[in-house]
Ligand binder design. Structure first.
Ligand SMILES: [Zn+2]
Length: 249
């Protein structure tokens, strides 16, 4: 009780800083303990983030400690903001500032086309190409029996609803085509097959079925054939495209 509790004291931070720049004493990698409790708490919080180990967490925490208060508060507020103001669009489940999201609200987009992806970041990557003018549907995962993730644990029902009942799609428009943009993994493929099957059953209600396609796969641009593995080469062969003289291969 008598000892100073230097949780946020700047003098403590200053001393620590000098100690480090002097290159002696408790180094950053010098092991656990020794930090004031609040700093230790921040280190632990950072190290719970994906891809951040103990040492990086220490570096980040000490950086925050050194930063001016307003700069550190920008980080703290940004974390608060992201948890309070970002929502999932109720139509496509993409991340958005409002519901529905900007993409679903945009009536210049082709609302008859829905591209299904696993994660919001896939949608962001596809948007960045500027090549796609339809809508999305974010599954928020994929079916993975090994991890106990079933169809009800992702947003498959939302997709089936959009396709089956046009009023649940953006603008009340009928979905003509579902493009499966899942990752080319065992689980992604399994999920795609499951979706194709479920969508087939749905499409005939209005007399016209829904088309189901999937993104092309095979050799990445800039790749060299000799380094591609068997699965990639098999995909590339299967997905080959005519360059003239043949209608369909
Ligand atoms: Zn949306």
């Amino acid at each position: 009780m008598e000892r100073p509790a230097p949780t946020n004291s700047s003098t403590q931070g200053g001393k620590g800083g000098r100690g480090r720049s002097g290159g002696k004493g408790a180094g950053v990698g010098g092991g656990r303990g020794g930090y004031p409790r609040a700093v230790e708490g921040l280190i632990e919080a950072f190290s719970s983030l994906p891809g951040i180990g103990r040492r990086s967490a220490e570096r980040l925490a000490l950086h925050v400690l050194k930063s001016p208060v307003d700069e550190a508060m920008v980080l703290a507020n940004a974390i608060g903001q992201v948890k309070t103001s970002v929502v999932h669009c109720s139509i496509c489940y993409g991340l958005a500032d409002g519901d529905p999201c900007e993409i679903c609200v945009d009536d210049r987009r082709d609302r008859g086309q829905v591209l299904v992806v696993e994660q919001p970041r896939d949608m962001i990557a596809l948007e960045a190409t500027g090549m796609y003018r339809g809508l999305y549907h974010v599954l928020m995962g994929r079916i993975s029996p090994l991890e106990g993730i079933g169809p009800d644990d992702v947003t498959i029902q939302g997709l089936l609803d959009r396709v089956g009942e046009p009023e649940k799609n953006a603008g009340g428009e009928r979905v003509r085509e579902v493009i499966l943009g899942l990752n080319p993994t065992v689980e992604g493929d399994g999920t795609a097959m499951y979706l194709a099957e479920r969508l087939k059953g749905l499409g005939n209600q209005g007399g016209e079925g829904v088309g189901v396609s999937r993104l092309a796969r095979g050799l990445p641009t800039g790749w060299q054939l000799e380094y591609a593995n068997k699965a990639v080469l098999a995909d590339a062969l299967e997905g080959r495209r005519s360059m003239g003289g043949m209608d369909d291969v």
